[in-house]
Design a binder for this molecule. Sequence first.
Ligand SMILES: Nc1ncnc2c1ncn2[C@@H]1O[C@H](COP(=O)(O)OP(=O)(O)O)[C@@H](O)[C@H]1O
Ligand SMILES: [Mg+2]
Length: 324
Amino acid sequence: MASSADAAGSTHPSTHVTILAGGLSHERDVSLRSGRRVAESLRAAGLEVSVHDVDADLLRFLDQHRPDVVWPLLHGASGEDGSVRDVLQLVDVPYVGTGPRECRAAWSKPVAKSIVIGAGITTPEYVTLPQSLFRELGAQPVLDAVVERLGLPLVVKPTQGGSALGVTLVESADQLPRAMVDCFAYGNVALIERAVRGTELAVSVVDLGDGPRALPPVEIVTDGPYDYDARYNPGRTQYFAPARLGEDSVSAVQEVAVRAHQALGLQDLSRTDVILDADGEVQFLEVNVAPGMTETSLFPQAARAAGLDLSELYRAVVRQHTGV
Ligand SMILES: Nc1ncnc2c1ncn2[C@@H]1O[C@H](COP(=O)(O)OP(=O)(O)O)[C@@H](O)[C@H]1O
Ligand SMILES: [Mg+2]
C-alpha cells in the first residue's frame, strides 16, 4: 500500500478509498462523472483513490485490495436501493452513506413520502398505480378517478428512479395516458401526485459526526421542465446558490431536509428536493441517498455556497469511517 511522509518525517500508510461508479442504471453516465469528480477531490486531499464499476470483478478487487472504505456513487437501481450496500456488508467492507434498509425506504418515493408525513412534513397528495392493476381495472376509469380526486395539473413519475427520467407534468386529462406509458417505460409502478407550483429547491444535508446540518438551499430555474436534458446540459438551467430566499424560508426548507434525513435514518449525506409553494409551505418531493456529484450537480454547488472546500469536505466524510 502507498505510504506518505507526515510532517514529522515518519511514514504512514495513506487511506485507500474505492469509489463505486457506473453500474447498469439509466444514470450510468452521471454516476461515472460523479465518481471522477469525487476521486479528483479526494486525491487532492492526499488520499489513495481507485474507481471501480459494479461488475463481475468487483468482489475479487475488494478482497485483494481491502480498501479502508468504499464510497458508492451509483445513481439509480442497485446503487440507491440498498442492494450494493447489502453486498458490501456481506464482505465486511465499510462504506460511506446510508445503510441498505434505509436506502430501500428512501429509494421508493411513496415509501419515503409516507415516512416523512409521519414526521410532520408536507408532501403533495398522491396515489401509486402498478402497471398490472392499471391494466386489470382498465386505464380510462382509473385515470378519470385520479383526475377527479387529485385535480390538475399532476406529475407522473416512476416510484423508483432519478434524473427526472419518466417524469411528466400533466396539465390536461388527455395528456395523462401518454404520461403513464412514458412512466412505465422506466418502472412497473407509477406515482401520480399533485403538481406544485413554486420555487424548486434542492437542500443538501451533511453529517460529519456532530449531527445532520443543511447546506444552503440551491434554487433551480429552468426554461421548461427540469428534465434530464435541463439537468446535464449547461445553459438550460439557472442555479442560484444560495437560493434567493428570505431567512425564514431558508430555515423552513433546511429544517424539512434535516427532519427528512433523520426520519428516514440516513447517514453522512443526502439531498432533499422540495418546492416552496405560493403559500410558503415546503412540499417534500423526494430524497436522494447518493446525490449527484458532477460539475453541475446540486450537492457540490451547495457545499461551495457554504464556503466549504470540496476536498476537505469529502475528506471529512471519509474520516467518519476510517478514523484518520
Ligand atoms: N409534485 C410535483 N410538482 C411539481 N413539479 C414536480 C413534482 N414532482 C416532480 N416535479 C418535477 O420533476 C422533477 C423530478 O422529480 P423528482 O421527484 O425530484 O424525481 P427524480 O428522482 O427524477 O429527481 C423535479 O425536480 C421537479 O422539477
Ligand atoms: Mg429529484
